[in-house]
Ligand binder design. Sequence first.
Ligand code: MG
Length: 368
Amino acid sequence: MADTGKQVKRKIIHIDMDAFYASVEQRDFPEYRGKPLVVGGLPEGRGGVVATASYEARKFGIRSAMSSKQALQLCPHALFVRPRFAAYKEVSQKIREIFSRYTDLIEPLSLDEAYLDVSNDKLNIGSAIEIAQQIKDAIKNELNLTASAGVSVNKFVAKIASDIKKPDGLTFIGPSSVESFMESLPIEKFYGVGKVTAGKMKKLGLFTGADLKKLTEEEMTRSFGKAGAFYYRIVRGMDDREVQPHRETKSMGAEDTFAYDLTGQEEMHAELAKIAKTVHDRLLKYQLKGRTITLKIKYSDFRQITRSQSLPNCTDEMEILLSTTKNLLAATDIENSRIRLLGITVSNFLPMPVNNKPPTDQLSLFDI
Ligand SMILES: [Mg+2]
């Protein structure tokens, strides 16, 4: 590895629960066991999507973020249930408690996924692989659920590794094999590479990590911008990102860019209602209440403004979100404006108990 001067040696574990929401449902309701189960929006509802599909449902091609209607087409006898976030959150806290026996450096990514830095080896176990195994065993024995683990020297490789032998897998990519592992990795497996970028890479004849490695840092940046510089380093096993235990959610919101510019108050209000609903659902999902509500407006000429109002009390209520943003909108000059984007953000949250921190990303997957 070139440029190893500043490379910090870490032992990172990425733990990812297997089909989390569906597994919790199958654990709690024996009648769902062994059946194709979809947790998410119901297929008869409008715009429902799959949050999690059980492994039995995945055999029919059902995947997360797919519309529930499509899932039903793929498997007409699938069972559909609405998510029980309070239950998942409770399990998530128990999982977090298991992690905390082994390390204080825990970075939750969502209810069912976290990075752990076990370099410090709190219990003197001696091996990161053994720590990962013990965590998996504790989750199985105490919670009756399975998790998959990836163990490596950095976050990027640990996260890819946890996905290799799902479900109930444990994959170790040691320091000496990181580079060859990255070289053999298909570009789609680099997380953060979306379909568009993958298509662009393939057009350039880039199919694996080894192909990416042939490009200079400048070439990577020229073709893929900031992400290009990141991939240049990642493919060489260079990922110094720390496990950050105190990342907190500072704000939560949603916005929508419209197919055509909005001109009348009525259509603006209708769009605000939809956005307020999404924000409301997200606040509920993460059990957040905020005091400050911000309206973002982008005009047809791309000029952008934000207007905020702080309330006497924290709220997650949709009516309040909507009435506040309508007032903020009314205070702008809407008469003669053409609006291409509206957004609502809630911030200034109630302080939460230490063990009750909301996850910090992956909010887009579950807008039902
Ligand atoms: Mg998972």
